[in-house]
Design a protein around this ligand. Sequence first.
Ligand code: GUN
Length: 291
Amino acid sequence: MSVLIDGKGFAATLRARVAGHVSGLGVVPGLAVVLVGDDPASAVYVRNKGIQTREAGMNSFEHRLPADTSESALLGLIHRLNADPAVHGILVQLPLPAHLNADLVINAIDPAKDVDGFHILNVGRLGTGQKAMVPCTPLGCLMLLRDRLGSLAGLDAVVIGRSNIVGKPMAQLLLAESCTVTIAHSRTRNLPDVCRRADILVAAVGRPEMVKADWIKPGATVIDVGINRITRDGKSRLVGDVDFAGAAQIAGAITPVPGGVGPMTIACLLANTLTACCRAHHLPEPEGLTA
Ligand code: GUN
Protein backbone atom coordinates (compact mmCIF):
# COMPACT_ATOMS: atom_id res chain seq x y z
CA MET A 1 0.00 0.00 0.00
CA SER A 2 1.37 3.42 -0.94
CA VAL A 3 2.08 6.41 1.23
CA LEU A 4 -0.82 8.85 1.09
CA ILE A 5 0.33 12.36 0.16
CA ASP A 6 -1.58 14.65 2.50
CA GLY A 7 -2.28 17.70 0.34
CA LYS A 8 -4.95 18.91 2.75
CA GLY A 9 -2.48 18.99 5.64
CA PHE A 10 0.32 20.44 3.52
CA ALA A 11 -2.03 23.20 2.27
CA ALA A 12 -3.10 24.06 5.83
CA THR A 13 0.56 24.40 6.86
CA LEU A 14 1.29 26.55 3.78
CA ARG A 15 -1.70 28.83 4.50
CA ALA A 16 -0.53 29.20 8.11
CA ARG A 17 2.99 30.12 6.90
CA VAL A 18 1.54 32.70 4.51
CA ALA A 19 -0.63 34.15 7.29
CA GLY A 20 2.42 34.33 9.58
CA HIS A 21 4.40 36.31 6.98
CA VAL A 22 1.42 38.58 6.25
CA SER A 23 1.03 39.49 9.92
CA GLY A 24 4.59 40.84 10.06
CA LEU A 25 4.70 42.48 6.63
CA GLY A 26 3.65 46.05 7.41
CA VAL A 27 1.39 46.12 4.34
CA VAL A 28 -1.81 44.17 3.74
CA PRO A 29 -1.71 42.11 0.52
CA GLY A 30 -4.87 42.44 -1.57
CA LEU A 31 -6.35 39.89 -3.97
CA ALA A 32 -9.05 40.89 -6.48
CA VAL A 33 -11.16 38.06 -7.89
CA VAL A 34 -13.38 38.71 -10.90
CA LEU A 35 -16.32 36.39 -11.62
CA VAL A 36 -18.37 36.93 -14.76
CA GLY A 37 -21.71 35.10 -14.93
CA ASP A 38 -23.23 32.59 -12.54
CA ASP A 39 -21.56 29.25 -13.21
CA PRO A 40 -22.30 27.42 -9.93
CA ALA A 41 -18.91 25.63 -9.67
CA SER A 42 -17.05 28.92 -10.28
CA ALA A 43 -19.19 30.65 -7.63
CA VAL A 44 -18.15 28.01 -5.06
CA TYR A 45 -14.45 28.42 -5.94
CA VAL A 46 -14.67 32.20 -5.73
CA ARG A 47 -16.43 32.07 -2.35
CA ASN A 48 -13.75 29.72 -0.96
CA LYS A 49 -10.98 31.95 -2.31
CA GLY A 50 -12.52 34.95 -0.52
CA ILE A 51 -12.83 33.08 2.78
CA GLN A 52 -9.27 31.75 2.71
CA THR A 53 -7.83 35.10 1.60
CA ARG A 54 -9.40 36.85 4.61
CA GLU A 55 -8.30 34.02 6.94
CA ALA A 56 -4.71 34.64 5.81
CA GLY A 57 -5.03 38.29 6.88
CA MET A 58 -5.26 39.64 3.33
CA ASN A 59 -7.85 41.89 1.72
CA SER A 60 -10.26 40.16 -0.65
CA PHE A 61 -11.91 42.29 -3.33
CA GLU A 62 -14.67 40.38 -5.12
CA HIS A 63 -16.16 41.65 -8.37
CA ARG A 64 -19.22 39.74 -9.58
CA LEU A 65 -20.35 40.83 -13.03
CA PRO A 66 -23.42 39.74 -15.00
CA ALA A 67 -23.04 37.08 -17.72
CA ASP A 68 -23.71 39.65 -20.47
CA THR A 69 -20.89 41.99 -19.37
CA SER A 70 -19.20 43.52 -22.43
CA GLU A 71 -15.53 43.00 -23.16
CA SER A 72 -14.85 46.72 -22.84
CA ALA A 73 -16.52 46.86 -19.40
CA LEU A 74 -14.44 43.89 -18.21
CA LEU A 75 -11.23 45.40 -19.62
CA GLY A 76 -12.14 48.68 -17.91
CA LEU A 77 -12.36 46.90 -14.56
CA ILE A 78 -9.00 45.15 -15.15
CA HIS A 79 -7.35 48.51 -15.95
CA ARG A 80 -8.73 49.98 -12.71
CA LEU A 81 -7.45 46.99 -10.70
CA ASN A 82 -4.04 47.26 -12.42
CA ALA A 83 -3.82 50.89 -11.25
CA ASP A 84 -5.07 50.24 -7.68
CA PRO A 85 -2.12 50.11 -5.23
CA ALA A 86 -4.20 48.13 -2.69
CA VAL A 87 -4.53 45.28 -5.22
CA HIS A 88 -1.44 43.06 -5.52
CA GLY A 89 -3.07 40.08 -7.23
CA ILE A 90 -5.80 39.83 -9.88
CA LEU A 91 -7.58 36.61 -10.80
CA VAL A 92 -10.26 36.35 -13.49
CA GLN A 93 -12.17 33.13 -12.85
CA LEU A 94 -12.28 30.86 -15.91
CA PRO A 95 -14.14 29.82 -17.95
CA LEU A 96 -15.47 33.17 -19.15
CA PRO A 97 -18.77 33.37 -21.07
CA ALA A 98 -18.25 32.53 -24.75
CA HIS A 99 -18.60 36.10 -26.05
CA LEU A 100 -15.50 37.20 -24.09
CA ASN A 101 -11.99 36.58 -25.42
CA ALA A 102 -10.19 34.99 -22.46
CA ASP A 103 -6.69 35.50 -23.94
CA LEU A 104 -7.34 39.21 -24.46
CA VAL A 105 -8.70 39.61 -20.92
CA ILE A 106 -5.87 37.67 -19.24
CA ASN A 107 -3.21 39.55 -21.20
CA ALA A 108 -4.73 42.86 -20.04
CA ILE A 109 -3.76 42.00 -16.43
CA ASP A 110 -0.53 43.62 -15.21
CA PRO A 111 1.91 40.63 -15.34
CA ALA A 112 3.20 41.60 -11.87
CA LYS A 113 -0.35 41.11 -10.51
CA ASP A 114 -1.10 37.96 -12.54
CA VAL A 115 -1.29 35.55 -9.58
CA ASP A 116 -2.68 32.81 -11.87
CA GLY A 117 0.49 32.94 -13.98
CA PHE A 118 -1.60 32.83 -17.18
CA HIS A 119 -0.35 36.09 -18.79
CA ILE A 120 1.72 35.37 -21.89
CA LEU A 121 4.72 37.13 -20.32
CA ASN A 122 4.63 34.84 -17.27
CA VAL A 123 4.17 31.79 -19.51
CA GLY A 124 7.27 32.86 -21.45
CA ARG A 125 9.26 33.60 -18.32
CA LEU A 126 8.44 30.18 -16.86
CA GLY A 127 9.46 28.49 -20.10
CA THR A 128 12.80 30.33 -20.22
CA GLY A 129 13.74 29.95 -16.55
CA GLN A 130 13.10 33.58 -15.59
CA LYS A 131 11.39 34.80 -12.44
CA ALA A 132 7.65 34.38 -13.11
CA MET A 133 4.30 34.11 -11.44
CA VAL A 134 3.71 30.33 -11.52
CA PRO A 135 0.22 28.80 -12.07
CA CYS A 136 -1.22 27.67 -8.74
CA THR A 137 -2.20 24.04 -9.34
CA PRO A 138 1.12 22.96 -10.93
CA LEU A 139 3.00 24.92 -8.24
CA GLY A 140 1.06 22.99 -5.59
CA CYS A 141 1.90 19.68 -7.30
CA LEU A 142 5.59 20.64 -7.41
CA MET A 143 5.62 21.47 -3.69
CA LEU A 144 4.10 18.05 -2.88
CA LEU A 145 6.63 16.29 -5.12
CA ARG A 146 9.61 18.12 -3.61
CA ASP A 147 8.35 17.39 -0.11
CA ARG A 148 8.02 13.69 -0.93
CA LEU A 149 11.09 13.12 -3.13
CA GLY A 150 13.60 15.89 -2.41
CA SER A 151 15.58 16.33 -5.63
CA LEU A 152 13.64 15.39 -8.77
CA ALA A 153 16.72 15.54 -11.02
CA GLY A 154 16.99 12.75 -13.58
CA LEU A 155 13.59 11.24 -12.84
CA ASP A 156 11.23 10.26 -15.66
CA ALA A 157 8.07 12.37 -15.41
CA VAL A 158 4.93 11.84 -17.45
CA VAL A 159 2.22 14.51 -17.45
CA ILE A 160 -1.10 13.38 -18.92
CA GLY A 161 -2.96 16.45 -20.21
CA ARG A 162 -1.78 19.48 -22.18
CA SER A 163 -3.94 22.32 -20.83
CA ASN A 164 -2.51 25.80 -20.42
CA ILE A 165 -3.68 25.81 -16.78
CA VAL A 166 -2.09 22.54 -15.61
CA GLY A 167 -0.41 20.22 -18.14
CA LYS A 168 1.93 22.61 -19.96
CA PRO A 169 3.13 24.62 -16.93
CA MET A 170 3.50 21.37 -14.93
CA ALA A 171 5.79 20.01 -17.66
CA GLN A 172 7.84 23.25 -17.63
CA LEU A 173 8.26 23.08 -13.85
CA LEU A 174 9.37 19.44 -13.98
CA LEU A 175 11.81 20.24 -16.80
CA ALA A 176 13.24 23.06 -14.67
CA GLU A 177 13.76 20.43 -11.92
CA SER A 178 15.83 18.42 -14.44
CA CYS A 179 13.28 15.65 -14.95
CA THR A 180 12.99 13.91 -18.30
CA VAL A 181 9.49 15.03 -19.22
CA THR A 182 6.87 13.51 -21.49
CA ILE A 183 3.54 15.26 -22.11
CA ALA A 184 0.90 12.71 -23.03
CA HIS A 185 -2.60 13.55 -24.28
CA SER A 186 -5.71 12.18 -25.98
CA ARG A 187 -3.80 11.34 -29.19
CA THR A 188 -0.83 9.64 -27.48
CA ARG A 189 -0.26 6.10 -28.72
CA ASN A 190 0.15 3.31 -26.16
CA LEU A 191 -0.62 5.59 -23.22
CA PRO A 192 -0.37 2.75 -20.65
CA ASP A 193 3.17 1.95 -21.87
CA VAL A 194 4.17 5.62 -21.74
CA CYS A 195 2.85 5.89 -18.17
CA ARG A 196 4.70 2.73 -17.07
CA ARG A 197 8.00 4.57 -17.66
CA ALA A 198 7.13 7.29 -15.16
CA ASP A 199 8.84 7.74 -11.80
CA ILE A 200 6.48 10.72 -11.46
CA LEU A 201 3.01 10.48 -13.00
CA VAL A 202 0.81 13.58 -13.05
CA ALA A 203 -2.75 12.97 -14.27
CA ALA A 204 -4.62 16.09 -15.40
CA VAL A 205 -7.12 14.96 -18.02
CA GLY A 206 -10.53 15.32 -16.37
CA ARG A 207 -11.61 11.73 -17.06
CA PRO A 208 -12.77 9.79 -14.01
CA GLU A 209 -10.46 6.92 -12.98
CA MET A 210 -8.87 6.69 -16.44
CA VAL A 211 -5.39 5.75 -15.15
CA LYS A 212 -5.39 2.10 -14.12
CA ALA A 213 -3.20 0.28 -11.61
CA ASP A 214 -1.29 -1.61 -14.29
CA TRP A 215 -0.25 1.70 -15.95
CA ILE A 216 1.84 2.55 -12.91
CA LYS A 217 5.50 1.70 -12.36
CA PRO A 218 5.91 0.04 -8.95
CA GLY A 219 7.05 2.64 -6.44
CA ALA A 220 6.16 5.65 -8.63
CA THR A 221 4.85 8.90 -7.19
CA VAL A 222 1.35 9.61 -8.53
CA ILE A 223 -0.18 13.09 -8.48
CA ASP A 224 -3.88 13.11 -9.34
CA VAL A 225 -5.12 16.56 -10.41
CA GLY A 226 -8.57 15.34 -11.51
CA ILE A 227 -11.73 16.27 -9.64
CA ASN A 228 -14.64 14.46 -11.25
CA ARG A 229 -18.13 14.06 -9.81
CA ILE A 230 -19.63 10.65 -10.56
CA THR A 231 -22.68 8.72 -9.40
CA ARG A 232 -22.00 5.18 -8.21
CA ASP A 233 -24.47 2.89 -6.45
CA GLY A 234 -26.91 5.81 -6.50
CA LYS A 235 -24.47 8.03 -4.57
CA SER A 236 -22.70 11.13 -5.85
CA ARG A 237 -18.95 11.24 -5.08
CA LEU A 238 -15.71 12.85 -6.19
CA VAL A 239 -13.03 10.78 -7.90
CA GLY A 240 -9.75 11.67 -9.57
CA ASP A 241 -8.31 10.78 -12.96
CA VAL A 242 -6.61 7.76 -11.34
CA ASP A 243 -8.27 4.53 -10.20
CA PHE A 244 -7.19 5.21 -6.62
CA ALA A 245 -7.98 1.83 -5.03
CA GLY A 246 -5.95 -0.05 -7.65
CA ALA A 247 -3.14 2.48 -8.01
CA ALA A 248 -2.57 2.69 -4.26
CA GLN A 249 -1.49 -0.99 -4.34
CA ILE A 250 1.32 -0.26 -6.81
CA ALA A 251 2.48 3.35 -6.37
CA GLY A 252 5.10 4.40 -3.82
CA ALA A 253 3.03 7.45 -2.94
CA ILE A 254 -0.23 8.91 -4.24
CA THR A 255 -2.49 11.92 -3.70
CA PRO A 256 -6.10 11.12 -2.75
CA VAL A 257 -9.18 12.85 -4.24
CA PRO A 258 -10.48 14.77 -2.41
CA GLY A 259 -7.77 16.01 -0.04
CA GLY A 260 -4.75 15.82 -2.34
CA VAL A 261 -3.95 18.45 -4.97
CA GLY A 262 -7.26 20.35 -4.64
CA PRO A 263 -6.53 22.24 -1.40
CA MET A 264 -3.06 23.18 -2.69
CA THR A 265 -4.47 25.40 -5.45
CA ILE A 266 -5.93 28.11 -3.20
CA ALA A 267 -2.99 27.83 -0.77
CA CYS A 268 -0.64 28.56 -3.70
CA LEU A 269 -2.88 31.43 -4.82
CA LEU A 270 -2.37 32.99 -1.38
CA ALA A 271 1.38 32.32 -1.63
CA ASN A 272 1.46 34.00 -5.07
CA THR A 273 -0.45 37.01 -3.74
CA LEU A 274 2.05 37.39 -0.91
CA THR A 275 4.93 37.02 -3.40
CA ALA A 276 3.38 39.68 -5.69
CA CYS A 277 2.93 42.03 -2.72
CA CYS A 278 6.55 41.57 -1.58
CA ARG A 279 7.82 42.24 -5.13
CA ALA A 280 5.61 45.34 -5.49
CA HIS A 281 6.94 46.79 -2.23
CA HIS A 282 10.57 45.65 -2.73
CA LEU A 283 10.35 43.50 0.40
CA PRO A 284 12.30 40.23 0.76
CA GLU A 285 10.31 37.28 -0.57
CA PRO A 286 9.68 34.53 2.00
CA GLU A 287 11.50 31.28 1.19
CA GLY A 288 9.75 28.30 -0.34
CA LEU A 289 6.59 30.02 -1.60
CA THR A 290 7.37 29.75 -5.29
CA ALA A 291 9.16 27.49 -7.78
N1 GUN B 1 -10.81 27.79 -13.45
C1 GUN B 1 -10.38 26.54 -13.13
N2 GUN B 1 -9.14 26.59 -12.58
C2 GUN B 1 -8.78 27.90 -12.56
C3 GUN B 1 -7.63 28.57 -12.11
O1 GUN B 1 -6.65 27.99 -11.61
N3 GUN B 1 -7.63 29.92 -12.26
C4 GUN B 1 -8.69 30.59 -12.81
N4 GUN B 1 -8.60 31.90 -12.93
N5 GUN B 1 -9.78 29.98 -13.23
C5 GUN B 1 -9.83 28.64 -13.11
